[in-house]
Each structure stands twice: as C-alpha cells, then as structure tokens.
Ligand binder design. Structure first.
Ligand SMILES: Nc1ncnc2c1ncn2[C@@H]1O[C@H](COP(=O)(O)OP(=O)(O)O)[C@@H](O)[C@H]1O
Ligand SMILES: [Mg+2]
Length: 219
C-alpha cells in the first residue's frame, strides 16, 4: 500500500481537487483507493456524498489522531493507495499527514503564492523527512509565474513537479458536481493534466509503470 498526502497550510490551493481527481484516476487504473479526509470542513466527503458514480473511491472523514489506525485497517483490507487530503488547519495535522506518506505533494497557487506559507509547509515536511514535491496550481495561460515558482522551489530546496495545473473552470465545475475533472470533460486539458500528474505520482512512488500511451499504470 502506498500513501500520498496532499498538504498545504493554506486553503484554496487545490488540495481537495487534486486529491479527488488523483483518487478517481487511481480507481480508473484498477486500484483499490481510499481518500482520507482530514479537513474539519469535510470538502472531499461532501464531494463523495453528491457523487453518483459506481466507481467511487472510498472517502473517510476522520480526526487526524485516528490516522495510524485507519491506515492499518486500509492495509489489512487490501487497499492499494491511500490519498490523504490534508487540512490547512494546523502544523500538527500537516506533520501527521507527512509522517505516514510515501510521497507528499504540496500544491501552491501560481498567481498569489505566499512564499511564507509554502516555506512553512516545506519545513514541516523536511522535518519529517518524507519525499515531497511542489505542485503549481491555478497556472494562468500566460505569464512568468511558472519561472518564479520554479525559483521558489529551488530556493526552498524542493522538487518541483513538472506537471502544471492550469487555472480552469472545469476543475471548479467538476468538483461542485461530485465529479473528477477527467469525468466531467474527458477530452479537456485538465484531464490531460491529471493523467500526467498521476503518472508523475506513480513514478515518484517508484513503482513500475506499464501500459500504453499516456495511460500508465501503478504496478
Ligand atoms: N486548477 C484549478 N483551476 C480553477 N479552479 C480550481 C482549481 N483547483 C481548484 N479549484 C477550485 O478552487 C477552490 C479551492 O480548491 P480546493 O481544492 O477546495 O482547495 P483546498 O482543498 O486547498 O482548500 C474550489 O472551488 C475548486 O473547485
Ligand atoms: Mg480542501
């Protein structure tokens, strides 16, 4: 079982959106998937409640203190991949989500990135020693945000995920209707981004990838 945590001590950067989209992608890849929702606002859980799809990833809303027990139960139940949607609430929550992760993805917003909050999250994850990468989200069609963000990643001594997540209405629309963006608009650019991010995640988890074209699989 692999655990991927999406953490950022800032709200509205795309943690829940990426968690749910990656979870659906993993389900489509034939994996048994659990999303652990650590957010007291339970956004991922509400998304799951309004979903009417049979190929659901399981979503569990829990208190962070239950994380070790829930992960143990997931492993015993034969789960392949757990995606933790970390809350922006506290350093402790970020710490506990990072601690159990094989990979931490730290989404940060292109237009208004707040270097201090990213630096704080990076510091927390570094303390734990987990493998991590910054994922730039809300990337506008043009602009110098990407170069700036790469510079920030370098300054912080972080991996920078080469897959950029665009600022696209489809993410918002999909999320609010209980879908992942690749279900909402299968031929859209956002679907390609999620597919590429999933492939990146699989590579980072150092699992063998197989399959044809861009539909690579978590082995
Ligand atoms: N790449 C994106 N482009 C446009 N809107 C997005 C994108 N990612 C997320 N959103 C929207 O922005 C809001 C915040 O995203 P969310 O994933 O809930 O952030 P977080 O979990 O970090 O608080 C949501 O309404 C979501 O639908
Ligand atoms: Mg959220």
């Amino acid at each position: 079982m692999k655990v991927v945590s999406l953490i950022a001590q800032k709200g509205g950067v795309g943690k829940t959106t990426l968690s749910t989209c990656l979870a659906v992608q993993a389900v489509q890849d034939g994996k048994r998937v659990l999303v652990v929702d650590l957010d007291p606002q339970a956004t991922a859980s509400f998304w799951s409640d309004i979903r009417k799809k049979p190929d659901d990833p399981a979503v569990m809303s829990i208190q962070p203190v239950r994380l070790p027990a829930v992960l143990k139960a997931a492993e015993d139940a034969g789960t392949d991949i757990v995606i933790i949607d970390g809350a922006a609430v506290s350093k402790e929550v970020a710490y506990s989500a990072a601690e159990v992760a094989d990979l931490v993805l730290i989404p940060f917003k292109a237009a208004v990135f707040d270097i201090n909050s990213v630096a704080q999250t990076v510091q927390t994850v570094k303390q734990v020693g987990s493998k991590f990468a910054l994922v730039l989200t809300f990337v506008p069609p043009q602009g110098k945000e990407t170069d700036e963000a790469m510079g920030i990643a370098e300054q912080l001594g972080s991996n920078f995920c080469p897959v950029l997540i665009g600022n696209r209405k489809a993410y918002f629309r999909a999320q609010s209707t209980g879908l992942a963006v690749q279900e909402f608009e299968p031929d859209g650019k956002a679907a390609d981004e999620i597919n590429a991010l999933y492939t990146y995640m699989a590579d980072q988890l150092a699992v063998r990838t197989k399959g044809k074209g861009n539909a690579r699989k978590l082995a």
